[in-house]
Design a protein around this ligand. Structure first.
Ligand code: GAF
Length: 351
């Protein structure tokens, strides 16, 4: 039987945080840290996870949730069935170097790896957009995480040396060249975050309610003057999102004109805005951003949902490792967590 190998990247969001579920703008990159799936067709599903050091199996009539890593696989089988696709089982191994639960979208990466495998093995003819939308539906409706489209889109559409500017309302996107002489340093705080945590869902509910009060479909339609019509904390939360949408457009334009200094400034401004007004940062993420400012990085901010997880900094390529090492040393003096840093680059989507 033919072996199939899938490489599914993680993602970093450069700017446009917590904007996707109000149909705003985002600008992620896929990164060169991967979930690897190697396998072949089979009757049932039998998978070995190198990370969890265990094999798990189920047959295709057993799509019940078990609160373990195979739920992501079952979610994909569930969504394919829902949408009328017929597929068989798989036998294989999952490995890779994308850290799990670090805020770099390991779950979306895993789901897209499974979907991409089934797409190839069973000739489903799914486009990248189909895959992103199916994986999001699995995550929302099977796994039960109320996320937006950011992660799945980034992992499906990543492009080497480019950031993806995406309007999450109509899914129009544009690739924007990312400069080759700077690096993105990802700093994992060692604080695992649960996306299913009530805070993410609570922010989402509050800003959806704010949009309903204003009678708007997307946060892109909201003007800053209208925010005074909202109660608290709705006005403050939505105010952050309105400014963040504007920042995505500014970063896109600054990248296009090669102005990395401006890009960096906007990223750092975005961090302090999300920390103060959206309240999804934490001491560890703020520590990293402060240090990055002291070390004169172009810019730094939390990336992804926040509440722990990872932050990024933009630094000159030749200084990236020294920068990462330095902050890691300082961080370890203050926090007991197993932090790590990675120097990453914008990479191709799932393949
Ligand atoms: C998580 C979610 F999955 C995304 O949809 C997005 O909301 C992000 O948090 C915050 O920007 O990664």
């Amino acid at each position: 039987m033919t072996m199939i190998r899938i490489e599914s990247p993680g993602r970093v969001n450069l700017i446009g945080e917590h904007t996707d579920y109000t149909l705003g703008y985002v600008m992620p990159i896929a990164i060169n840290l991967y979930t690897i799936l190697e396998g072949e067709k089979s009757q049932d599903v039998i998978l070995y996870s190198e990370y969890f050091k265990e094999e798990r199996s189920f047959n295709l009539n057993q799509l019940n949730k078990e609160n373990t890593w195979t739920d992501y696989v079952k979610g994909i089988y569930w969504v394919l069935k829902e949408e009328g696709y017929t597929v068989g089982g798989m036998r294989g191994k999952i490995s890779g170097n994308l850290p799990i639960g670090a805020g770099l979208s390991s779950s979306a990466s895993f789901e897209l790896a499974i979907l991409s495998f089934l797409n190839k093995a069973y000739s489903l003819n799914l486009s990248r957009l189909d895959m992103a939308l199916l994986a999001k539906k699995a995550e929302n409706e099977f796994v039960g995480v109320p996320c937006g489209i950011l992660d799945q889109f980034a992992i499906a559409f990543g492009k080497k040396d480019h950031a993806i500017f995406l309007d999450t309302e109509n899914l129009n996107y544009e690739y924007v060249p990312f400069p080759k002489d700077v690096s993105v340093v990802v700093f994992y705080t060692g604080v695992k975050r649960e996306l299913a945590s009530s805070a993410y869902a609570e922010r989402r509910r509050t800003v959806e309610e704010a949009l309903r009060i204003l009678g708007k479909k997307s946060s892109k339609e909201v003007e800053e003057e209208e925010l005074s019509k909202l109660p608290s904390p709705h006005a403050r939360y939505l105010g952050y999102i309105v400014r963040e949408n504007r920042r995505v457009l500014e970063v896109r334009d600054a990248l296009k004109s090669g102005d990395i200094i401006k890009v960096g400034k906007i990223l750092t401004e975005a961090h302090w805005d999300i920390a103060k007004n959206y309240e999804v940062s934490c001491e560890e993420l703020d520590f990293f951003v402060k240090k990055a400012e002291e070390l004169k990085a172009y810019g730094a901010r939390l990336t992804g949902a926040g509440f722990g997880g990872s932050a990024i900094a933009i630094v000159d390529k030749e200084k990236a490792h020294e920068f990462g090492e330095h902050i890691l040393r300082e961080y370890k003096k203050k926090f007991p967590w197993e932090a790590r840093y990675f120097v990453v680059e914008p990479s191709e989507g799932v393949k």
